[in-house]
Ligand binder design. Structure first.
Ligand SMILES: NC(=O)c1ccc[n+]([C@@H]2O[C@H](COP(=O)([O-])OP(=O)(O)OC[C@H]3O[C@@H](n4cnc5c(N)ncnc54)[C@H](O)[C@@H]3O)[C@@H](O)[C@H]2O)c1
Length: 383
């Protein structure tokens, strides 16, 4: 048996994303499965050390995850040659500095989005990795959601004909905390802590649009702070200084138009927390996180406007549910496995820090569009 041990410094894993997605559902699951099988008698064995600020939290997380090592000393971990990979899921504002220190220490990099809070810093991280010959990747998990894999297959099979538009509703009600406690961390609602739904969500939209539908060429975006005051984790009211919703229109390659509404101040009466409708000349699809419903040209009803009679067509019925045609693993785990293969065996991994920087760029340009109340082109980002 050939074992590729990969030592991973996991920083920020006591948080929501770090614990649930990256540690428990990805790395700890891979370890429990006996490592990642990459060939007959060949396995990748992740060996994590959990890094954070609070020893008690780290110890109990180690216990739950079945991991042995933890540390509150990032610099010591970065100096340790047993660990070749640095992973970061800290709050956004701390990412670029810690990733930069890990690059200086010669570690390969894998990290959450956004990779930085401004484009220049984000591109610089990529360039430094590239110059030092370090492998690098950014989390772009939504590409491995079952719903988005299903739409990718439809595109590959030319189901849509020419794609015309993409319309998306994303979001749900995030409780303010005055009576019912909030279900998302408070820093997300403070600009001074690098919160805000534009910086949070535009990186996702950049890679979803770029990878599935067409390169983003321009954007107009209107942000808003609908809820002015929220209550934090300690029961203390604070001013919500960051945007909690945006309404954006994108122009993509081939003249495709995308419109995306994202909001933490909306209530859901649709199939899922994320719904995305794709309309093409030959067919349409409505995609949720897991499911996908399609309507082909040949089964498209022919509505006639007449509010004087009961609606004769049931518009929800004329859609076919796409069956599961392949295995769908946890989206974060699926991408982790590809990255571990990239580290161990040089398999390609196109979702690098330059792609991450494109997400930061889109957030920056969207904010500019909002501030200047105008359409803004998205220039090519060179590595
Ligand atoms: N890929 C995705 O779908 C997705 C979803 C949500 C969040 N994220 C990203 O993951 C990152 C973490 O988000 P989260 O929702 O897990 O946040 P969180 O608040 O739950 O976790 C933050 C982590 O950072 C650590 N931290 C270090 N210094 C801190 C400080 N001074 N203040 C607060 N926390 C500090 C915390 O201990 C914790 O481990 C963010 O950058 C966010 O953009 C990605």
């Amino acid at each position: 048996m050939k074992t590729h041990r990969i030592g991973i410094i996991m920083n920020g894993v006591t948080g929501r994303m770090g614990t649930n997605q990256h540690l428990m559902r990805s790395i700890a699951t891979i370890i429990k499965q006996g490592g990642l099988q990459v060939g007959p008698g060949e396995v990748i064995a992740p060996d994590p050390i959990l890094v954070g600020r609070n020893p008690d939290k780290l110890k109990s997380l180690c216990h739950v995850a079945g991991v042995e090592k933890w540390s509150t000393d990032l610099d010591a971990c970065l100096e340790d040659s047993n660990y070749g990979l640095y992973f970061d899921a800290q709050i956004t504002g701390l990412r670029a500095d810690c990733v930069g220190r890990a690059i200086d220490a010669g570690k390969h990099i894998y990290c959450e989005k956004p990779t930085a809070t401004d484009t220049e810093t984000a591109v610089d991280l990529y360039r430094r990795c590239h110059a030092a010959g370090l492998k690098n990747g950014v989390v772009q998990d939504k590409l491995w959601l079952p719903g988005l894999i299903k739409v990718r297959r439809l595109i590959e099979n030319n189901f849509f004909g020419n794609i015309l538009t993409i319309r998306c509703e994303f979001g749900y009600w995030v409780f303010e905390g005055h009576s019912i406690s909030a279900q998302r961390p408070s820093w997300n609602y403070r600009k001074e802590d690098q919160g805000g739904i534009i910086l949070d969500m535009m990186p996702h939209w950049r890679y979803i649009l770029d990878n599935l539908f067409g390169k983003v060429k321009g954007i107009t975006c209107l942000g808003a702070t609908h809820i002015p005051e929220r209550v934090d984790e300690n029961g203390k009211p604070y001013v919500a200084t960051a945007d909690d919703a945006f309404y954006a229109t994108f122009e993509l390659d081939q003249g495709i138009i995308a419109h995306i509404n994202c909001s933490w101040a909306t209530r859901v009466r649709r199939d899922d927390l994320l719904t995305l409708q794709v309309d093409g000349t030959k067919g349409s699809a409505v995609i949720g996180l897991r499911e996908c419903y399609i309507q082909h040209y040949g089964s498209t009803p022919k509505p006639v406007w007449n509010p004087d009679i009961e609606q004769p067509i049931n518009y929800l019925q004329d859609w076919i549910k796409v069956p599961g045609q392949e295995e769908y693993d946890n989206a974060f785990k699926a991408q982790w496995e590809l990255f571990l293969r990239h580290i161990a065996g040089d398999e390609p991994f196109p979702w690098n820090l330059l792609e991450g920087a494109k997400g930061v760029q889109l957030a920056e340009i969207a904010t500019q569009s909002w501030q200047e109340r105008r359409w803004v082109a998205v220039p090519e980002l060179a590595g």
